[in-house]
Ligand binder design. Structure first.
Ligand SMILES: *Cc1c(COP(=O)(O)O)cnc(C)c1O
Length: 379
């Protein structure tokens, strides 16, 4: 929690649940990545948090954007980004969205299948296209590999075809999986992509770009490698595989840019032992849960840190099951791995959930059980 966020809570006492994001943290993340990987252009993955305040701040800093839908493209344009700074990075796009993006001047599209390539050729003729490769997502807490990407063999075929379809085969991309905690994931992926890249150049394609995707982690409970460590590994791998002939490098950070910039403030609704016996598990129900924005607790994959007013004053902590306020049985955040919380925790207490700036605000339902969407404050 930054001093700015603490001050905001103290001065404004906002109603819970709410998300407070410190835009200066987003800015310093952008600068740190830019500094550590100066050869790369940063395409912020909007889906992590599309708040206009974030998009405007990043636009001012010179960032580009990775958009997943026509709506996200419109948000970037509204924030002042020009079409040449926007990549349409979803391999699954509606025809109407492709057409509108093309008309708006977007000139960079991803694909991972012949079927999508055919749509691009028809509805975005002449556009620059890049093919997404499947790579290992080992080391990622939130993998993305099953749904996207194709093999190097098929990508080779598709890129060669793209050139004959009135499109401009421009480069290759991959995504090592979100909340990736292993720097070697990038090295392995760069090795695989670079082999195909050179192969396609030998076939006469004028490739110019390698897109390293996102994946850089936020710190939740455990330490993660620094952005410097990731960038050193990436730079070394790029030099090893491309020597002096480096393509344009794109990175698409989402979680890294905004995750640690945000804190959710919530309230304890109920603390109970439903069997009545002291040996029964202690359940803590918050006013935010899986449907209020904490969707990434699915499978207990993303492990948030919780702060209560009693952390220091009460030395007695015991493990709790943590659940949301809704009437849905799956609305449980942590049950297998219980969360140690102070025994003095009571209903009405505030609980802060750290590093919730990414993949929270937009994951909340629009009114399930009548609960309003998560309030957001950008400071
Ligand atoms: C989600 C996504 C990202 C961002 O991933 P993070 O793990 O949040 O950095 C980047 N690129 C694409 C194509 C994505 O779908």
């Amino acid at each position: 929690m930054t001093p700015k966020i603490s001050r905001f809570f103290a001065e404004h006492r906002p109603a819970t649940p709410c998300l407070v994001v410190d835009l200066d943290v987003v800015e310093s993340r952008y600068q740190a990545l830019h500094h550590n990987l100066p050869s790369a252009r940063i395409y912020y993955a909007i889906k992590a948090n599309p708040a206009p305040q974030i998009l405007r701040r990043l636009t001012e800093l010179g960032s580009s954007f990775d958009a997943a839908s026509i709506e996200e493209i419109r948000m970037c344009l509204a924030a002042g980004a020009t079409p040449d700074r926007i990549s349409y990075g979803n391999t699954v796009k509606k025809v109407s969205a492709i057409r509108e993006a093309h008309e708006l001047g977007i000139d960079l599209f991803v694909f991972d299948s012949m079927e999508e390539l055919a749509k691009l050729a028809e509805h975005a003729p002449g556009a620059r296209v890049f093919c997404r490769l499947t790579v290992e997502n080992e080391g990622a807490d939130w993998p993305l590999s099953r749904k996207f990407g194709t093999t190097t063999t098929h990508a080779r075929e598709l890129m060669l075809r793209a050139a004959t379809m009135g499109l401009r085969p421009y480069g290759l991309s991959f995504h090592v999986g979100s909340q990736q905690t292993s720097v070697t994931a990038y090295e392995t992926a760069i090795a695989r992509a670079s082999a195909l890249y050179r192969d396609l150049q030998d076939e006469g394609l004028d490739l110019q770009m390698l897109n390293l995707g996102g994946g850089f982690p936020a710190r939740y409970r455990e330490d993660v490698p620094t952005i410097g460590q990731f960038c050193t590994a990436i730079s070394q791998a790029l030099t090893e595989h491309f020597h002096n002939d480096l393509p344009d490098i794109l990175v698409e950070p989402g979680r890294y840019m905004v995750g640690e910039a945000g804190v959710v403030s919530s309230e304890v609704v109920l603390v109970s032992r439903r069997g009545g016996a002291p040996t029964d598990p202690r359940w803590v129900y918050l006013d935010i849960g899986r449907f209020g924005g904490l969707a990434e607790t699915e499978g207990e994959a993303i492990r948030y840190t919780f702060r209560t007013p009693h952390d220091e004053s009460d030395p007695d902590h015991s493990p709790c099951v943590l659940a949301g306020p809704s009437c849905d049985g799956v609305d449980i955040m942590y049950e297998k791995a219980r969360i140690p919380l102070p025994n003095s925790l009571r209903d009405g207490d505030r609980v802060d959930i750290l590093a919730t700036g990414a993949y929270v605000s937009t994951y909340c339902s629009t009114g399930f059980n009548g609960f309003p969407p998560l309030a957001e404050h950008y400071i």
